[in-house]
Structures are given as structure tokens and as C-alpha cells.
Design a protein around this ligand. Structure first.
Ligand code: NAI
Length: 411
């Protein structure tokens, strides 16, 4: 497969599932005009037909880019997942065909942090129970069990993008922030790191989880950890569903050891609106249940539209794969004068030597070279200071190097 230097209007972009209009704006501003936009996901046979000639495809979570769909995409050179997850794409298949896949892992950081902060206030004031009571005609006016967050301790487990953003916002409200992370993290503001998770659990008035789903974090909060928490403390999980033993949390709430909880993610979540949401937490007092919407805001969608489209443009314009989830990451300077060529290959001995030999045979002066390999595959970007002329046979020679998967030129 090869993509020779195509003019931008020849690069076909297929955007599905109503990705945010910011994506189209980014492409157009970068000079790409050949854009086909669909509001919905396409059935597999239509998808295969449409994807056949597409160079860039943008999807959200419904479109399944299986090996068979990727095989039908004869010209595809990059995929954008306009969302966080990339499970819907056969990443290995894409890599083996030289197709980097991009997503927007941090576009909704602020949305999650804001929701958690709002929930922390609601829980400390016992609002879920009071609101439910009002809806039922009640009037729970007592201040018993209602607290300000000012001066309380918020314990953040996982001090990454969301955890650290939350830390800053929470301090502004007067929270005393402590955190625990397996990696040594720079504390922001006045936040204080804890030596152990137990220390955090024992000290916090509210514990909020912001860890990824890994073998180590699965069931990291069970009856034992909940038992370590202060009596009357609150618990929030907007991270991943497998991290918390939900029946144990339900028991801790029924026993009144935990005063309230806000849970956005669950070990098993309904597949759609018609599927019933089943959880031991349903019907418990002072529990906020939300359908995995921590990151679902208009702003996050807009950010995703921009972030993913920018990554796709950058790859198309420069060959930069920074932020690709399945691909050798090469962050490149903007292409200057001359020619840049991008060679994706099986990581076999001799490929680089052969490229250098071909350059030398064609009297090309190399001004920059960037290589990344991942064991099985390699991606090399080479800048030369002259324009490649047609008919000189360099493209053919490069394509014929054994193990070549894809070749692109930028002039
Ligand atoms: P991140 O990767 O920036 O941060 C995760 C942090 O957790 C890292 O600092 C990491 O070192 C730490 N960590 C990993 N294992 C740990 C362990 N065993 N103990 C303590 N710390 C540990 O991730 P980000 O963007 O902050 O996201 C956090 C979580 O939020 C993820 O699970 C993500 O899937 C989830 N999320 C949920 C959303 C929702 O809609 N509810 C939306 C966006 C993200």
C-alpha cells in the first residue's frame, strides 16, 4: 500500500456518528475540503463500501472497525476515535496495515472534576435524601448531618489528569486536599500526598477515586477499605466500575458507616436506554447514581472534536503520530522545504540500511531522520532537502524494500 503525496482536496475524510462540528472546522481550516459527514453509524456493508476510498475515518463508539472492515479500507491512513475509548477498533489490525489510531483521552477532564465537586457538596449537605423527600411531599428541614465542605478533607485516589484538576478546584472551595498515587506526583497548591491508601482512607471526610482500570485497581475498594474510612465519611467513584465492590459499598451505607455515595460507573452497565440498570445501590438514601456521564458535556464533545481532528491533521500534514494509541509515537517538527517521506515497515534488520542506500543512490541529502519501533513494526520519517522528482524511481525503490507496509510522501 502506498499513499503518494496527495493534494489536500484529494484526501477523502469520512466522519461518522455526528462527530462535533469543530472537527469539520479544524479540517477545513487546515485546507481539507473532501469531507463526507454522517450523523449516524453505518451498517457494516455500507461502512465497507464507504471506507473503501477513505484516507481518514472519524468515528465515535458505535462504529466497529474490525479487521474485516479495516481490510476493506484500501486507502485508509489514519483513524480518529472522537471519544475516549478505542475498544471499537481492532488496534492491532490497524497497526499492521500502518494505520495510526488517535483519540481524545483528556478532553473531558474538567467535566468529571466539576461533577465530582458538585456531588461532594450535595453529599455533605444530604441533598439527595432531602430532594427525594420534597418530591414526595416531605419537608426535611433539619440541619442535622449537613456540613459545609470548607475545612473538610477530600482524599483523592489517583492524582492524574482528573484527580489533580479536582484538587485545584476543591482547594478553591476550602477543602483540605490529600491524595494517594502509585506514582510520585507533584502536589498542586497545598495538596498533601499520603504514604499509603489506608492513611488516606482513615483521614478523609470524602474519598474520590480517579484511577484507571488495571489489574491492580480492580476491586481496590472492598469491605476492608470501606471499613478503614471514617464513620460518616462519603465516597465518590467516577473512575471505572470494576474498581469498587458495589455490594460491599451498599452494606457499608446500610450500616451507616458510610454516610453517602455518588457513583457514576458500575461493574456492569446497561447497553442502552432500554436495558434496565440493576444495582445494589438503587433505593439507598443519600446515594447519587448517574449513568456514566461524568465526562458527558457539550464542552467535552467540542474539545474532543477539536483535539482528535487536530491530531489527524497533524499526522496528515507532518506525519506526527504523537498521541496515537496503537502506533510508534514520533513527534515531528513542521515539515519545511524539501520532501518528507514516511515509511512504515516490519521491524526487520536491514530496512534502515536499505533506505539510506536508496537515498544515497538518488543523491538525496538527508536533513532529518526520526525512527520509532515497537518490536514488530517500525516507523521512520526522513526529511531530504530537495523535491522528489517524478520518474526518478525513488518511490518504487522504497516501496520494494522487503517488509514495507506503507509509504507516504509530503512535498
Ligand atoms: P490519568 O491516567 O491521568 O490518571 C490516573 C492516575 O491514577 C495516574 O496518576 C496513575 O498513576 C494513578 N494510579 C494508577 N494506578 C493506581 C493505583 N493502583 N493506586 C493509586 N493511583 C493509581 O487518568 P484520568 O484522565 O485522570 O482518568 C481517571 C479515571 O477516570 C480513568 O479510570 C478514566 O477511565 C475515568 N474517566 C471517567 C469518566 C466518566 O465519564 N465517569 C470520563 C473520563 C475519565
Amino acid at each position: 500500500m502506498s499513499n503518494l503525496s496527495l493534494s489536500k482536496d484529494k484526501i477523502r475524510i469520512l466522519l461518522l456518528e455526528g462527530v462535533h462540528e469543530n472537527a469539520i472546522r479544524v479540517f477545513e481550516q487546515a485546507g481539507y475540503s473532501n469531507i463526507e459527514f454522517h450523523k449516524k453509524a453505518l451498517d457494516e456493508d455500507v461502512l465497507k463500501e464507504k471506507i473503501k476510498d477513505a484516507h481518514i475515518v472519524g468515528i465515535r463508539s458505535r462504529t466497529q472497525l474490525t479487521d474485516s472492515v479495516i481490510n476493506a479500507a484500501e486507502k485508509l491512513f489514519s483513524v480518529g476515535c472522537f471519544c475516549i475509548g478505542t475498544n471499537q477498533v481492532d488496534l492491532r489490525s490497524a497497526l499492521s496495515k500502518g494505520v495510526p489510531v488517535f483519540n481524545a483521552p483528556y478532553s473531558n477532564t474538567r467535566s468529571v472534576a466539576e461533577l465530582v465537586l458538585g456531588e461532594a457538596i450535595m453529599l455533605m449537605r444530604g441533598i439527595p435524601a432531602k430532594s427525594t423527600s420534597c418530591h414526595e411531599g416531605g419537608w426535611m428541614k433539619s440541619a442535622t448531618g449537613s456540613y459545609e465542605v470548607r475545612g473538610k478533607t477530600l482524599g483523592i485516589i489517583g492524582y492524574g489528569h482528573i484527580g489533580s484538576q479536582l484538587s485545584i478546584l476543591a482547594e478553591a472551595l476550602g477543602f483540605n486536599v490529600i491524595f494517594y498515587d502509585i506514582v510520585n506526583k507533584l502536589p498542586l497548591g497545598n495538596a498533601t500526598p499520603c504514604d499509603s491508601m489506608d492513611q488516606l482512607l482513615q483521614t478523609s471526610d470524602i474519598v474520590s477515586l480517579h484511577v484507571p482500570d488495571t489489574p491492580e485497581t480492580r476491586n481496590m475498594i472492598t469491605a476492608r477499605e470501606l471499613g478503614e474510612m471514617k464513620k460518616g465519611a462519603h465516597f465518590i467513584n467516577a473512575a471505572r466500575g470494576q474498581v469498587v465492590d458495589i455490594p460491599a459499598l451498599a452494606d457499608a451505607i446500610k450500616d451507616e458507616h458510610i454516610a453517602g455515595a455518588a457513583i457514576d460507573v458500575f461493574p456492569v452497565e446497561p447497553k442502552g436506554a432500554d436495558d434496565e440498570f440493576v444495582s445494589e445501590l438503587r433505593g439507598l438514601p443519600n446515594v447519587i447514581l448517574t449513568p456514566h456521564i461524568g465526562g458527558s458535556t457539550q464542552e467535552a464533545q467540542a474539545n474532543i472534536g477539536t483535539e482528535v481532528a487536530e491530531k489527524l491533521v497533524k499526522y496528515s500534514d507532518d506525519g506526527s503520530t504523537f498521541g496515537a494509541v496503537n502506533f510508534m509515537e514520533v513527534s515531528l517538527p513542521v515539515k519545511g522545504e524539501g520532501t518528507r517521506f514516511m515509511h512504515i515497515h516490519e521491524n526487520k534488520p536491514g530496512v534502515m540500511a536499505k533506505i539510506a542506500e536508496i537515498m544515497s543512490e538518488h543523491d538525496l541529502n538527508i536533513t532529518g531522520q526520526y525512527l520509532q519501533t515497537d518490536g514488530e513494526f517500525g516507523y521512520v520519517v526522513v526529511d531530504v532537502d530537495s523535491d522528489i522528482e517524478k520518474g526518478k524511481g525513488i518511490r518504487k525503490a522504497l516501496r520494494q524494500i522487503p517488509g514495507t507496509i506503507r509509504l507516504r510522501f509530503l512535498r
